[in-house]
Write a protein that binds this ligand. Structure first.
Ligand code: MN
Length: 147
């Protein structure tokens, strides 16, 4: 159900991306570096059996004081946390996908417009927030490291 849009956007006979449907529980996050038409970072947090996902146009903040715009995108299957590869030309998201960071994810607060959590990755460690903003349309959030 939650992965309907993910499946709709992809042709798994041509894309090496995982279909999903196996795993349902894991306290992980991953950040993919996605060299598509524009290089960006995809932040994915394991919440409710899927990877909730945001596209971050600039490098995610390793320190406090930097706020990044994060555009929410379709939920991805948990298996996507292990995915690295090349999405062929002509496909949705065509380009090279690499894992930029990955680690344990601990949710502290999930109240619709406000997500507070802790990340234990190699690059991103500590307390972070995603706060919904109306600044750039309905899917825009701010992503930053907090005290
Ligand atoms: Mn992407």
């Amino acid at each position: 159900m939650a992965l309907e849009e993910y499946h709709k956007l992809r042709d798994f006979s041509k894309s090496p991306e995982p279909k999903g449907g196996g795993k349902t529980m894991e306290n992980i996050f991953v950040v993919h570096e996605h060299d598509a038409s524009h290089l960006h970072y995809d932040l994915r947090l394991s919440i409710g059996g899927v990877l909730r996902s945001w596209a971050v146009p600039k490098e995610p903040p390793e320190k406090e004081g930097v706020k990044r715009l994060a555009i929410q995108t379709e939920d991805h299957p948990l298996e996507y946390a292990d995915f690295e590869g090349v999405i062929p030309e002509g496909m949705y998201g065509a380009g090279v996908v690499r894992i930029w960071d990955k680690g344990e994810f601990v949710i502290e607060k999930d109240e619709g417009d406000e997500l507070l959590f802790e990340l234990k990755g190699r690059k991103l460690t500590g307390k972070y927030a995603l706060i919904k903003t109306r600044f750039r349309g309905k899917d825009s959030w701010l992503f930053f490291k907090r005290k």
